[in-house]
Ligand binder design. Structure first.
Ligand code: HEM
Length: 485
């Protein structure tokens, strides 16, 4: 019907010159647009690199092998910067110590923190999902030094119990799942004062499903890891709301119970916003989830790989044990560790740092570009994402001689060159949980090393990435009790 009306309205012969004119103008405009596009691309001087497949970009190549991803592209394109597409976003990866320094010192001016949409979609309450930084706006007071000193004996006592029940009756253990279990249980205790094993398990099972799918492509179909993460996220949110409401009622009835430390949940419930309002339960849940995510993979991965390295390098293990035995000499039998004891664990921390250099628990961090800027001669437009990554420096022979060698002595004296070893980032957005992580790792390592000698059950166990490294068999370790402390 529409075609007929058009034929009746237009007389073809009289319209021919007009049509020709319109077509000519349209062709000229098209050619001009194409030329301007080409001109723009040539002059926009974007970083070299490829953006990969539509939608997926190079996400899979990055998450499955982040170190190789970065090294290959630094070799292929530029050792300073390359472009890619990860998690559906156009992205510039800035490489080397000066890139790290540039990003850390331009936070808030050029960059805002950014997480892939899959993370907020899977985990946060929709109301605040756009505000992924909600938990980052916290002043992180429960992670400050005064609070931290109170956590040391709690961490020590939980690590002791964990080793007593999950390690000491076995000849062989799988370190990675145990480190995850311990890290999650400790976070539940310190973040929400939840020590009930059934309740911890009720949160842990869906949280682990989230962990499996959180960095996957956000494809929400039955069977996809992302669907599992979304499902797990819903359960966690619901269970956290129950816990938050119970605590609210408890505080209303009895006031804040003195635990010897104030947990994150109580702090959030009693702290009011600038306008005198309190955080809503959903906002509190989002913040707790943010801390769980930030602390979980990172710390459990660090614990796993430092034990892996101690099992592989007996001479380093011996020096760690020697330091721990020395610390134990100043303590009564059964006395818990204190803050001052952790400060003495200098060699053990060097071994942890060397382990984090070789198998980094965090790959770096994404940022959102707030305004166009230039780096190493290339333009990065506003709205793009930026990634700084530990892989541009950690195994780079320019900053670490014989980079594959496990050698904790690199961290003695002044240690590595500034901005070459930044497992916790730097600048105003540096990891707020660095001290928490340091104490947890040291206390856990101490509780294992002072009880057992370790040998890898499979010396050839493979390591895969997602994108954090994980041992494919869970890191099977044979234990031999020695009871030195
Ligand atoms: C070995 C363990 C850990 C490593 C390697 C690590 C690493 C990082 C890195 C690389 C960042 C991003 C820095 C940036 O945006 O440039 C970060 C941020 C953060 N981490 Fe950690 N982290 C660890 C453990 C923890 C723990 C245990 C907690 C909490 C208890 C935590 C809480 C945070 C928070 C809140 C932020 C955001 C800070 C902000 O933007 O204000 N992290 N971490």
């Amino acid at each position: 019907m529409v075609g007929l009306s058009v034929h009746v309205l237009f007389d073809c012969e009289s319209m021919a010159p007009v049509l020709l004119f319109v077509l000519t103008i349209a062709s000229i405009l098209l050619i001009l647009t194409l030329i301007s596009q080409i001109f723009k691309t040539q002059n926009s001087n974007l970083p070299p690199g490829k953006t990969g497949w539509p939608v997926l970009g190079e996400t899979l190549a990055f998450t499955s092998s982040p170190e190789k991803f970065v090294h290959d592209r630094m070799n292929m394109h530029s050792s300073d910067i390359f472009k890619t597409c990860i998690a559906g976003e156009r992205m510039a990866v800035l490489c080397g110590p000066s890139a790290n320094k540039f990003i850390f010192s331009n936070e808030t001016k050029l960059f805002n923190p950014w997480w892939p949409r899959s993370v907020s979609q899977a985990l946060l309450f929709a109301k605040n999902a756009g505000k992924i930084s909600s938990f980052l706006e916290e002043d992180h007071s429960f992670l400050k030094l005064d609070s931290m000193q109170n956590y040391v004996p709690i961490m020590d006592s939980m690590a002791k119990d964990h080793v007593d029940t999950k390690w000491s009756n076995f000849d062989e253990v799988k370190v990675h799942p145990l480190a995850k279990e311990f890290t999650f249980a400790l976070a539940c205790r310190i973040f929400i004062n939840c020590g009930n094993p059934n309740r911890v398990r009720d949160l842990m099972v869906p949280f682990f499903a989230v962990a499996e799918g959180i960095m996957s492509a956000p494809v929400n179909f039955p069977g996809t890891p992302f669907r599992g993460a979304v499902k797990g996220g819903k359960i966690i949110k619901q269970r956290l709301l129950e816990i938050i409401n119970e605590r609210k009622m408890e505080i209303a009835e009895k006031g804040i119970v003195n635990l010897g430390f104030q947990d994150l949940l109580s702090m959030l419930l009693v702290s009011s916003l600038e306008d005198g309002k309190f955080f809503s339960p959903e906002e509190i849940a989002n913040k707790i989830i943010g801390y769980l995510i930030a602390s979980f993979y990172t710390t459990s991965t660090a614990i796993t790989f430092v034990l892996n390295h101690l099992a592989e390098y007996p001479h380093v293990y011996d020096k760690v044990l020697e330091e721990q035995v020395e610390i134990a000499k100043s303590k009564e039998a059964g006395e818990m560790l204190k803050w001052a004891d952790v400060q003495k664990m200098k060699y053990t921390w060097n071994a942890v740092c060397e382990s984090m250099r070789l198998e980094p628990p965090a790959q770096g961090a994404f940022k959102e570009v707030l305004t166009d800027f230039n780096f190493a001669g290339f333009n990065i437009p506003k709205g793009w994402k930026v990634l700084w990554t530990v892989h541009s420096t950690n195994k780079n022979p320019n900053y670490f001689a014989d980079p594959e060698k496990f050698d904790p002595s690199r961290f003695e004296g002044t240690g590595p060159r500034p901005f070459a070893f930044v497992p916790f980032g730097g600048g105003p957005r540096m990891c707020a949980g660095k001290e928490y992580a340091r104490i947890e790792i040291l206390v856990f390592v101490r509780n294992v090393v002072t009880r057992f000698r370790m040998k890898k059950a499979n010396p050839n166990e493979k390591i895969m990435h997602n994108p954090e490294p994980f041992p494919t068999e869970g890191l099977r370790i044979c234990l031999q009790s020695h009871g030195k402390c």
